[in-house]
Write a protein that binds this ligand. Structure first.
Ligand code: AHR
Length: 324
């Protein structure tokens, strides 16, 4: 059955005939041999996202894939509209980075019925039916949260006495916010000194991070550590910490996720203490997977991105050659 399905995909996929079923062939997007990809991006909320968008655009151009790009401005309804429009246009493959985890089954079923393969990139969905998408390419966000917690666990302060932590969460309901919180909580649970005293969303933006950190600082005069789910929120929080007369990186230790250039600069400058990398350069792998899936080849159901971590010394070393 799998072989038959793969063959059906291969026959119908290329040149915009991507599973058009009974729809007329001349409604197809793109030329005969060009693969057409509909890509729905989350938005432009962070430096990470900007680097990811560039990577996808550059890789599509390099791979000779026609990209229909849509920016959802961090709204699920816009992503659903974009996916429906890609189905109508009968693209060969749909890729998207889901803004939140839940609520995708109906639209993914529509893509499946139209025989258009879907690749999840960067973020996962929580659909129980994994046949609704071909693969998920992206980071292990739980692991990222664990790495952040592990670093904190290894600091001398953690065994010296109580450590008050505040957490800036990413977009509510998004896979990275859920998983980074979970991974971090799991690791620090082993040490009763480490306590998250406040946790709130800053929506992955610099302005959100600044605003929420201002409120944290007013409500809690005794913050020891900030764990921010991305660099941008950490950078916004640094502005709030400095405005409150405190020294980021010293009075309040800061852990973030991403390792984009601005974050790495703040780490090298001593304002951040530790960054867990989340690699946005997914474009090349995405285009390879798209070509294979359109050709009806087998692809792995999960492709995990390789990532590292940076302390202040490592950031100084890496900065001159950092691509994003
Ligand atoms: O999904 C990846 C996350 O989304 C990045 O960590 C964050 O910066 C972005 O907005």
């Amino acid at each position: 059955m799998a072989a038959a399905a793969a063959l059906a995909l291969a026959v119908t996929a290329c040149g915009g005939g991507g599973g058009g079923g009974d729809a007329p062939a001349d409604a197809a997007a793109g030329g005969e041999d060009t693969i057409v990809m509909g890509f729905s991006q989350v938005g432009a909320e962070s430096g990470w996202r900007t680097a990811n968008t560039k990577s996808v655009n550059d890789a599509a151009a390099e791979a000779g894939i026609e990209l229909k790009f849509s920016d959802a401005q961090q709204k699920q309804e816009n992503q659903i509209k974009a996916i429906r429009s890609f189905i109508q246009q009968r693209v060969d493959v749909i890729a998207f980075s889901p803004v939140v985890e839940s609520g995708w089954d109906t639209v993914l079923m529509e893509a499946k019925r139209a025989n258009i393969p879907v690749i999840l990139t960067d973020r996962a969905v929580d659909s129980a039916d994994t046949s609704l998408y071909a693969t998920f390419l992206g980071s292990d966000f739980v692991e990222e949260g664990k790495k952040a917690g592990q670093w904190l666990l290894e600091q001398p302060e953690s065994s010296a006495g109580p450590v008050n932590i505040v957490e800036l969460q990413g977009t509510t309901g998004s896979a990275p916010a859920i998983d980074r919180q979970e991974g971090f909580a799991e690791v620090i649970a082993g040490n009763p000194n480490l306590k998250v005293i406040a946790s709130q969303t800053g929506d992955f933006t610099r302005s959100g991070g600044k605003q929420v950190m201002e409120a944290f600082l007013k409500a809690h005069p005794d913050i020891d550590v900030l764990y921010a789910h991305n660099d941008d929120m950490g950078l916004g929080a640094i502005e709030a910490i400095e405005a409150a007369g405190k020294v980021p990186g010293q009075d309040i230790k800061i852990i973030t996720v991403d390792a984009v250039k601005d974050g790495m600069q703040a780490l090298a400058d001593g304002k951040i203490n530790f960054i867990v990398e989340c690699n946005p350069l997914l474009g090349g792998q995405l285009m390879d997977l798209a070509k294979k899936v359109v050709a009806g080849e087998q692809i792995p159901p999960r492709v995990v991105t390789e990532e590292t971590t940076f302390d202040q010394a490592a950031a100084k070393e890496a900065l001159p050659t950092r691509q994003y």
